[in-house]
Design a protein around this ligand. Structure first.
Ligand code: FPP
Length: 254
């Protein structure tokens, strides 16, 4: 066995044996579902097949997270920059999002999850917007895990939007500039009222935040994995949680 083989075998052993403390779980896990295109290419498939496989992975990971008691799962499905992709790929992603939202009745709603879309939905297709409203409305009184689907989401856009809302309040004389504090900015983000992500997870070997949860990520713990998102399984999630539980979070203190 070569070095890479040994590394893979040792890693698989860790993944298999990772134990987690269910009384000390992260509250919020955020995932950058990266590597779908590369996964598809490695199998001689179209990129959209990679995204479809990635959507299945999200279903499986969401089930696992809600079963063990995670409070919030945020999935980066489409960024404000992803419109730059070829139209065929954008269309395929929009079709998948629509299907996912239509399927939510069976796959998400029945499980007591709360489905929320974070991002600017204005430029989305009308059928998608309608389905978002339906699913959000239908799940809003559930008390299970919150699933934030980040669609046309950008961290910079989110902070800009919050600044604009607050500026409007100042303009209307409702608040004074000196009233603006971190809490107020936080309360004007899409994730208002939710805990910040404890773990941000990015598979596929990339080490970037890519405009994801810029404000909320201030003290998130990062987890990188060298596999593509469609190959990510609950066992990998378990390993990420187990490693997270061994980290010493100091939040700027000592
Ligand atoms: C990044 O990987 C992934 C995306 C831009 C889209 C993620 C979307 C899904 C997994 C499916 C749609 C989501 C839902 C909720 C149904 P990439 O395609 O850029 O991968 P690459 O870096 O290998 O090209």
């Amino acid at each position: 066995m070569n070095l890479k083989g040994i590394y893979t075998a040792v890693r698989q052993l860790f993944v298999k044996n990772a134990e987690i403390d269910l009384d000390n779980l992260p509250q919020h896990i955020a995932v950058i579902m990266d590597g779908n295109g590369r996964w598809a290419k490695s199998k001689g498939l179209d990129r959209s097949a990679g995204h479809a496989a990635g959507a299945e992975t999200l279903r499986e990971i969401a089930d696992y997270c809600s079963e063990i008691g995670i409070k919030v799962l945020t999935a980066y499905a489409f960024s404000t920059e992803n419109w730059k992709r070829p139209q065929k790929e954008v269309d395929a992603l929009m079709d998948l999002l629509y299907e996912y939202l239509c399927d939510a009745d069976n796959k998400l709603v029945g499980k007591n999850n709360v489905v929320r879309v974070i991002g600017d939905v204005t430029p989305l297709r009308e059928d998608i917007k309608k389905q978002i409203t339906y699913v959000e409305e239908k799940t809003k009184n559930n008390d299970g895990m919150i699933i934030n689907l980040a669609i046309n989401y950008g961290g910079r856009d989110e902070i800009t939007t919050a600044a604009r809302k607050i500026a409007e309040q100042v303009k209307n004389g409702e608040i004074q500039p000196e009233d603006i504090d971190e809490k107020m900015i936080d309360n004007n983000l899409y994730t208002a009222g939710q805990p910040w992500p404890d773990i941000i997870l990015r598979p596929s070997g990339e080490y970037r935040l890519s405009n994801f949860l810029l404000w909320q990520a201030a003290y998130s713990e990062f987890w990188y994995a060298d596999i593509c998102w469609p190959d990510f399984t609950p066992k990998h999630m378990k390993l990420a949680i187990s490693k997270y539980q061994k980290r010493n979070r100091r939040f700027g203190g000592i």
